[in-house]
Design a protein around this ligand. Sequence first.
Ligand SMILES: CC(C)(COP(=O)(O)OP(=O)(O)OC[C@H]1O[C@@H](n2cnc3c(N)ncnc32)[C@H](O)[C@@H]1OP(=O)(O)O)[C@@H](O)C(=O)NCCC(=O)NCCSC(=O)CCC(=O)O
Ligand SMILES: N[C@@H](CCO)C(=O)O
Length: 354
Amino acid sequence: MPLVAHTDLPTFARLKEEGEVILEVDRASHQDIREMHIGLLNIMPDAALEATERQFFRLVGACNQIAQFHVHPFTIDGLPRGEAAKAHIAKYYESFEKIKQDGLDALIISGANVTHPHLPEEDFWQPLTEVFAWAKENVTSVLCSCLATHALIEYCYGIERTRLPAKRWGVFAHRLVNRTHPLVAEINTRFDVPHSRFNEIFQKDMEAKGLKVLAVSPDAGVHLAVSPDGFRIVFFQGHPEYDDISLLKEYKREVLRYYRAEIDEYPPFPVNYFTPEAQRIFGDYRQHVIEARQKGGTLDEFPENQVLDTIDNTWRDTARALFDNWLGKVYQLTNQDRRLPFMDGIDPENPLGL
Ligand SMILES: CC(C)(COP(=O)(O)OP(=O)(O)OC[C@H]1O[C@@H](n2cnc3c(N)ncnc32)[C@H](O)[C@@H]1OP(=O)(O)O)[C@@H](O)C(=O)NCCC(=O)NCCSC(=O)CCC(=O)O
Ligand SMILES: N[C@@H](CCO)C(=O)O
């Protein structure tokens, strides 16, 4: 929530020069105070569906304790769904029709699991592009996670993602390459983000299309970028929403796939994630899994409970601060009528006036 310059204290002017949001008394007294409406387009697979809800709800809820947030989950056709997930969606999710009718101030689009080499071949591509097309015109800002970032960049700018030689998997250090953009105001200049992907869109390709890159890892590439207008689309290539245990669950899935002979290579550890103690436990378990696979023996339970207390979360504070900046800016720009993206006087081509 912004400071109000209710006196002539020089600190207000100094902070404003540094990029802090400072409302003049007149603007503050005319600001419309209402709840915010944020859509969550959840396209994660069934096993991660509710965990993904919790992750994004938590980030939104934790970022600011004063504003009130209504989060509206919805999904699209074209994703394989089992009966339980279908029932959950039917009972608790809204339809895209209703979302369009009521309007949103902001939209989050989750990552997804894909099966085809090119995204437009996915069954969910067409419905996803319908959401993109609507949101681009009607929502103040759209925040995309991982696969959604790749899909929207391909859809809007024609850049196809590149398959990486090995999966980018782990917790990676990033630095801000732009320290003045309001989205990264007051956040750490060096911070961690988990990544989990086989594909990448590279910094030079983004910049060639006018996207503004804000945070990059030397080992994992771009994490954060925004559309050429500076704000209307926010691209995450990593997963700052991930729980402490999300990479652990993915590691477990891969280990069990190895045991069932669905993959040939024993999965590597996610980078920078397991402590030496956890690596020792999973190193021992690896021996056991390899033997059990060779001899057809039964498998001891995956020792996840032994490592839970050793996993550190080194990314959440920064993720929360960034969400706070994002939603704060959305609130300052959005129209009183939530079906309209901007207040009068805001330039859609440069909403932040950068
Ligand atoms: C790895 C699994 C399969 C694990 O799920 P399982 O049901 O097998 O887990 P489990 O060990 O049986 O444990 C179940 C408990 O863990 C919780 N749980 C499950 N997955 C979780 C997660 N990712 N994070 C946090 N909690 C999680 C469940 O809610 C449940 O909790 P309760 O019992 O308390 O309810 C799932 O998380 C998953 O599908 N993750 C991958 C998602 C994915 O595909 N991401 C792609 C994004 S990457 C991208 O966008 C594209 C990248 C690219 O294409 O390059
Ligand atoms: N953008 C509006 C709030 C949403 O109605 C304002 O700052 O007054």
